[in-house]
Ligand binder design. Structure first.
Ligand SMILES: [Zn+2]
Length: 290
């Protein structure tokens, strides 16, 4: 394991200010305390945030931080190694703060102090680390949100599909019974709201509900037979008498063999096909009110 932390160096007494070429312009250095203060605050905020990430000793945080600092051999780290690295980082941070404060107290004009501090931070790549970590957190949260939404959609779609299949099976069972009970008939219709279905056969109009009379009679007759004899108006009338709303009405028709049978030309004037094989009452017909 290499440890580059020693390199950045809080300068010791021997090296501080001795034998190094003077930086900056010769002569009096301009006084810029406000700028310096803002910069120092910014830098120490970033370092503070970085250390706050380490403090809960979340292994990922520390590992990422150590990787940024060029440590190797992380896979062989023990818990106490991590702890030792955290306290080392903190000590270095505190030392750099003390050094900075001391230098500022000695010479408030010394921008070298803050340059050094900035160097330390840059070497640690802390601002880049924090920015990347925030971006990672943001994208992880966004991904989790999208996955949750997509699971929710999937479940809802599965639920809707199951309910549609159940309704269709329910309607078909009732149609099967109606076919068994009515040999010789050629059209069988159920109408209802999905929970309740009412079966009817062609040629047995029964007591037509006024809503149904309104739906079909204004269309005139498009077929050679009396349209009141169709199975569809008979079934829809039964369902209306049982208070199924026109807007909730599901209609399904089969022939004598149980094969799906579209409504006649006339009935298609007031019925339209849905995606799930059922027909519904056309909205905006003369007597429908939704
Ligand atoms: Zn018809």
């Amino acid at each position: 394991m290499s440890d580059r932390t020693a390199d950045y160096g809080v300068p010791d007494e021997a090296s501080r200010g001795k034998g190094e070429p003077q930086r900056g312009p010769a002569g009096p250095v301009p006084v810029k305390p406000p700028t310096l203060a803002v910069r120092a605050k910014l830098l120490s905020d970033q370092l503070g945030e970085f250390l706050a990430l380490l403090r809960p000793a979340g292994q990922w945080n520390l590992q990422a931080a150590l990787e940024y600092r060029g440590f190797t051999g992380l896979e062989s780290f023990t818990e106490s190694d991590y702890g030792a690295q955290v306290s080392k980082l903190q000590k270095q941070y505190e030392a750099s703060q003390r050094w900075t404060e001391t230098r500022l107290a000695e010479d408030p004009r010394s921008s070298d102090t803050l340059d050094k501090f900035a160097e330390i931070l840059n070497e640690w790549r802390i601002p880049a680390f924090l920015a990347q970590r925030r971006e990672t957190q943001r994208s992880v949260a966004e991904k989790a949100r999208r996955e949750a939404q997509s699971n929710q959609d999937k479940q809802r779609n599965q639920g809707l599909q199951k309910a549609a299949e159940d309704r269709l099976q329910h309607a078909r069972r009732i149609l099967d019974r109606a076919r068994q009970k009515n040999p010789g008939k050629n059209t069988f219709t159920v109408a209802g709201d999905g929970d309740r279905f009412f079966p009817a056969v062609n040629g047995s109009p029964g007591k037509e509900h006024p809503d149904v009379t309104g739906l079909r009679s204004h269309l005139g007759s498009l077929e050679p037979w009396l349209t009141s004899n169709c199975a569809e108006p008979a079934a829809v009338s039964l369902a209306r008498h049982a208070n199924v709303a026109l807007s909730d009405m599901l209609v399904l028709t089969v022939d004598a063999d149980g094969n799906y049978k579209p409504p006649c030309e006339h009935c298609q004037g007031w019925l339209e096909k849905r995606a799930d094989d059922f027909y519904r009452i056309k909205p905006n017909t003369r007597t429908s009110q939704w």
